[in-house]
Every structure is written in structure tokens, then in C-alpha cells.
Write a protein that binds this ligand. Structure first.
Ligand SMILES: Cc1cc2nc3c(=O)[nH]c(=O)nc-3n(C[C@H](O)[C@H](O)[C@H](O)COP(=O)(O)OP(=O)(O)OC[C@H]3O[C@@H](n4cnc5c(N)ncnc54)[C@H](O)[C@@H]3O)c2cc1C
Length: 522
């Protein structure tokens, strides 16, 4: 077995016979000597005149192929009689905490306010039909959390947070395509994510864990500074000395609960803005410099700029995707993006957001550590009001009109299914955000000529990029700084930003619980 790297045109990269010949030529062997080759890394270099595909290959020469694809086998076993750990939230953080707990010999009991994926899909489809929003089952709440109806990108700005490969392997084991094992920028796609999430549930249940749906936690039980369990909306009480709080950044009632109970929370910086949508063909044209090939994926971009010392950047770019309604309460409009595994819609969208800090919303300081939440909420209500109260229709404007500060007389089609309404977003967006975005777009157009065009539209508002609150925990034990046995976890607690980092955080917390429990029992 040996490894080698090939640099190929997009067409060559899709031709296995050609690849075999290239391998033989490079290794000075006959093509018949090649038992099999596997792609172990694939990326696209679009910097030159013609986009190139870089492939790292593992080649088996006159030998049996390596059937063992996972670095370490998984150890999912029966834990039905083991110590129970309560996990609030079935997003990536909660689900991966559960899987790791099973490997470590604990029985996870997940309580999730939303529904299972199948039932949740009906509620999500209803939002797109512009019917009433279900406040407990939507794009953010339900099995798989905010990650289920997403692009399923498994990479982020920061890949430093832990063992990303392990997370990718677990997704693959539960039904994601082989490509995620070697693509430089792997993504799962919402169609496959729903299968993967269902399979993760099956693993948890088969091992004796439990998942309670439509089970909203309304209180965390605490005795003498120690977590003792949770109370649900229907008054049921579940008890355990270990409670993982993985409720995501949209569970504002949980932040309020903690504030009311005098459990420490801290305001933190986050980012807000709008979502921009271009024809995918235009983004392909810019990124691939006019080169067209059916073997090239829908092109993406990653743009950053600094405006008066403040970051303005693209966020959660979805090539070949669609803009989706992500509000969790009636009377709000919130947008985000998702794609299917094929990334084959005619649109490219991305959040364009401005970095914000608690000092930017002094007018909300009466709400203490929740000032950022109230700031977010105000903008989400403004977006709703600007559509004339038409449920989830989103305010929209041509990008060029936003920059020039004028209402769009007409607006072309968007991927956003509930519908759009022409709105003077430049007028009602807070000045700080509006000015920063305008300057950011100027910079982006220099980096990607043609990015600012009347063919692009913006939709408001992109407000749920990350949590405006941190739930502080000890650096080493990962327990809340005041409450023993309470483990703030994932994006809602301020320790991750994205599917992979939230999953990694869930695993870390599970490992810490195992360590602490073992220490106690020594
Ligand atoms: C449309 C969209 C697209 C996205 N695309 C990507 C992407 O491509 N790549 C990426 O890395 N990230 C993406 N993200 C972000 C990513 O989904 C989140 O970072 C990630 O899901 C956070 O994981 P989490 O487990 O910490 O929280 P969440 O996924 O938010 O899960 C929290 C769970 O807790 C439940 N919950 C909340 N309150 C309670 C309660 N009181 N009682 C019981 N249960 C409760 C919620 O219902 C939810 O299921 C996207 C997000 C959205 C909305």
C-alpha cells in the first residue's frame, strides 16, 4: 500500500480509468497491479485559470484492500442498567454526549422539547407554506436540533476544538456518504442529515438509552448547590446527579430561567446581519473564472473584512442551497440557510454578519446579562413588522438598492419558500449594522468582482449566528461555576459554534462526567 497525490482537471478527476493510468505512470507499475485505490483527501484549487482537483490517494498494489475505515471501532453497548445522565436537548451536542456516555457505560436520558424528525418535517413544511409557526417544533427545535435542516457543513472557521475526524466517522457510521471522509470541506446535506439523526436515535435506543420528545424542561432541580434533575412542562420530574444543559442558542426561556434562579450567566459578543442570495451560476462564474464543468461542485465563498475594527464576514455559506425560516416564536422573522446533499438549487446564499459586543446595546442593559437576547429579539420583531405581519414572509431588497439606500421597486425570485416582501432594510436596520454591512460589501466586491450586483437580493434578519449568552463553567471540570453536576454544553452555553464543534463539546462533557463519577466511586 502506498499513497500519492494527483493534480487533475475536473473532468479527469471523474474518470477512474484515467486516474488508474496516472497512478500506474507515477508509480511505474502496470494498471493491472492496482488492486484498488481510495480517495483519502480531495480539494479544489480555484486560484489559477482553470480549477484543479487535488486528490490524495491510497493505492493497494497486488494486495487485499484495507476494509477497516474507522480509526477506532465504536463501543456502543447495553447501558440500560447503568447510571442515568439527563441530557436536555437533542441537538448535535446532546446526541454526541449521549453516544459517548454509552461508550463510557452510562445510560443517557435525552429530553427534547421538539418532535422526532419525521413529525418535525411536517411542521417545517408548514412554515414554508407560510402557515402558523409551531413554537416547539421548527428549524431550531426538535430531533437533531438546529443542525437537522441545515447544509450540514462539517467544517468551521475554527477546527481546533478537538477531534473532528472522530465526529465525521460517527456521522458516516450512521449513514452519511463516503465523501465526508475525504472532502476538504465535507457537508452532509439536509436530506441525509434526517436519516443520520434517525439512525443515531436508533443506536441510543438499542443500547437502552431513552429519548423523550415533546418534553420541555421548565426547571432545573437544585439542592444545596447540586443539580438533582429536571422538571418538565407537564410537571413530570426526572432525577439524576448529572444534568447536561445542551439547549442551543434559541432556548431563550432557559436563559431567563437561569437568570430568575440567580444561576450565573454572562452576556457575550455575537454577530448579526442579513442573508444574501445570488444565482449560483454567477458565483460559479466568479469563483471558477468562467470555467464550466459538470464535474465541479457548486462554488462557495468565504469572505471577511474589518470595518472600523469590527469583523464583517460571510457566515454559513450554502452553495446550491435555499434560505429558510428559522424563527422560534411568533411575531419574529429570522433567516438562515440549508442545502441538500446534491447542492443543486439554482441559488447560492450566505449570512453576511457584523460582529457585535455587549457594549453595542447599552439601551438594553436594563435586562442585565440578557441584553444581547433583547437586542436580537428587537430586530427579529422589526423584520416581522416590516412584512406587514404576513407570518414568515421575509423582508427583502436588491443588494444594490440596499447599498444606495432606496426601496426596491421590484424583487426577483428567491429560494425562500414562505415568500418575500420588498422592504427598505437600509432604513430600519440599526445604523451600526447597516453601515458596517455596506462597507463590508464594498470590500467583498473587490475580493470577488461581481459580488455586488442587482441580481443579488438580501433577506432579513440573520440573527441566530451564535449565542448572545455564555453559561459559565469550570475550565477543567466543565461543571457550572456554581452548580455541581450541571454541565452547560454546546452552542447555547457559548462553547461551540456549528455542528462539529457542538458534537465535540458534547463528547468532552460526557468524558468529564465519566471521569468525575469514577473519581467519586474510588
Ligand atoms: C438553518 C440552519 C443551518 C445551519 N447550518 C449549519 C451548517 O451547515 N454547519 C454547521 O456547522 N452549523 C450549522 N448551523 C448551526 C448548527 O446547527 C448549530 O451550531 C448546532 O446545531 C448547535 O448544536 P447544539 O446541540 O449546541 O444546539 P441545538 O442544535 O440548537 O440543539 C438544542 C436542542 O435543545 C432543545 N431544547 C431547547 N430548549 C429545551 C428545553 N427547555 N427542554 C428540552 N429541550 C430543549 C432544542 O429543541 C434543540 O433540539 C445551522 C443552523 C441553522 C438554524
Amino acid at each position: 500500500m502506498t499513497e500519492l497525490q494527483l493534480t487533475l482537471s475536473p473532468e479527469q478527476s471523474a474518470d477512474n480509468q484515467f486516474i488508474k493510468k496516472q497512478i500506474a505512470k507515477n508509480l511505474d507499475i502496470e494498471t493491472n497491479d492496482i488492486s484498488e485505490f481510495k480517495i483519502i483527501r480531495k480539494s479544489i484549487d480555484a486560484r489559477g485559470r482553470i480549477p484543479l482537483v487535488i486528490m490524495q490517494l491510497r493505492v493497494f498494489i497486488n494486495e487485499n484492500t484495507d476494509k477497516h475505515i474507522y480509526q477506532e471501532p465504536f463501543n456502543y453497548r447495553n447501558v440500560s442498567n447503568k447510571k442515568e445522565v439527563i441530557i436536555i436537548g437533542a441537538g448535535p451536542a446532546g446526541l454526541f454526549a449521549a453516544l459517548r456516555l454509552i461508550e463510557l457505560g452510562f445510560c443517557p436520558i435525552i429530553v427534547e422539547r421538539g418532535k422526532n424528525v419525521k413529525e418535525r418535517k411536517v411542521d417545517v413544511a408548514n412554515i414554508s407554506k407560510n402557515k402558523e409557526l409551531n413554537e416547539e417544533s421548527n428549524l431550531c427545535f426538535g430531533e437533531g436540533g438546529a443542525g437537522t435542516f441545515s447544509d450540514g457543513k462539517l467544517y468551521s472557521r475554527s477546527n481546533k476544538r478537538g477531534n473532528t475526524n472522530r465526529i465525521i466517522e460517527i456521522f458516516h457510521y450512521h449513514g452519511a456518504k463516503d465523501e465526508i471522509l475525504y472532502e476538504a470541506h465535507p457537508h452532509i446535506g439536509t436530506d441525509i442529515l434526517s436519516v443520520v439523526v434517525t439512525n443515531i436515535r436508533k443506536t441510543i435506543l438499542e443500547c437502552g438509552g431513552q429519548i423523550l420528545f415533546s418534553a420541555k424542561v421548565t426547571d432545573i432541580l437544585i439542592e444545596n448547590g447540586k443539580a438533582k434533575g429536571v422538571r418538565l412542562a407537564d410537571n413530570r420530574v426526572l432525577k439524576s446527579d448529572y444534568v447536561i444543559l445542551a439547549t442551543g442558542h434559541s432556548a431563550r426561556d432557559i436563559y431567563r430561567l437561569l437568570q430568575e434562579k440567580n444561576i450565573a450567566i454572562q452576556a457575550k459578543g455575537f454577530a448579526m446581519g442579513i442573508r444574501v442570495e445570488h444565482p449560483q451560476e454567477l458565483i460559479n462564474h466568479i469563483q471558477y473564472k468562467g470555467y464550466k464543468s459538470e464535474f465541479l461542485p457548486a462554488a462557495s465563498y468565504n469572505l471577511t473584512s474589518q470595518v472600523d475594527g469590527r469583523g464583517v464576514y460571510s457566515f454559513c455559506m450554502c452553495p446550491g442551497g435555499m434560505i429558510v425560516p428559522s424563527a422560534t416564536e411568533r411575531g419574529q422573522v429570522v433567516v438562515n440557510g440549508m442545502s441538500s446533499s446534491a447542492r443543486n438549487s439554482p441559488f447560492a446564499n450566505s449570512g453576511i454578519v457584523v460582529e457585535l459586543h455587549p457594549k453595542d446595546f447599552t439601551e438594553f442593559h436594563q435586562y442585565g446579562e440578557l441584553c444581547g437576547v433583547y437586542f436580537q429579539q428587537q430586530l427579529e420583531h422589526l423584520a416581522y413588522a416590516s412584512n406587514g405581519g404576513q407570518n414568515q414572509k421575509a423582508p427583502a431588497q436588491r443588494l444594490t438598492d440596499f447599498i444606495r439606500g432606496r426601496l426596491s421597486a421590484d424583487i426577483h425570485k428567491s429560494s425562500y419558500l414562505p415568500g418575500i416582501v420588498s422592504s427598505p432594510i437600509h432604513f430600519w436596520l440599526p445604523k451600526l449594522i447597516g453601515d458596517s454591512l455596506r462597507e463590508g460589501f464594498r470590500v467583498f466586491d473587490k475580493k470577488m468582482k461581481g459580488f455586488v450586483t442587482s441580481e443579488a437580493i438580501i433577506l432579513g434578519v440573520e440573527s441566530r449566528t451564535s449565542s448572545p449568552v455564555r453559561i459559565p463553567r469550570h475550565k477543567d471540570t466543565l461543571q457550572h461555576i456554581q452548580i455541581q453536576g450541571l454541565y452547560p454544553c454546546g452552542e447555547g452555553a457559548g462553547y461551540s459554534g456549528g455542528i462539529t464543534s457542538s458534537a465535540i463539546d458534547g463528547q468532552r462533557v460526557a468524558e468529564q462526567i465519566s471521569f468525575i463519577d469514577n473519581e467519586k466511586n474510588r
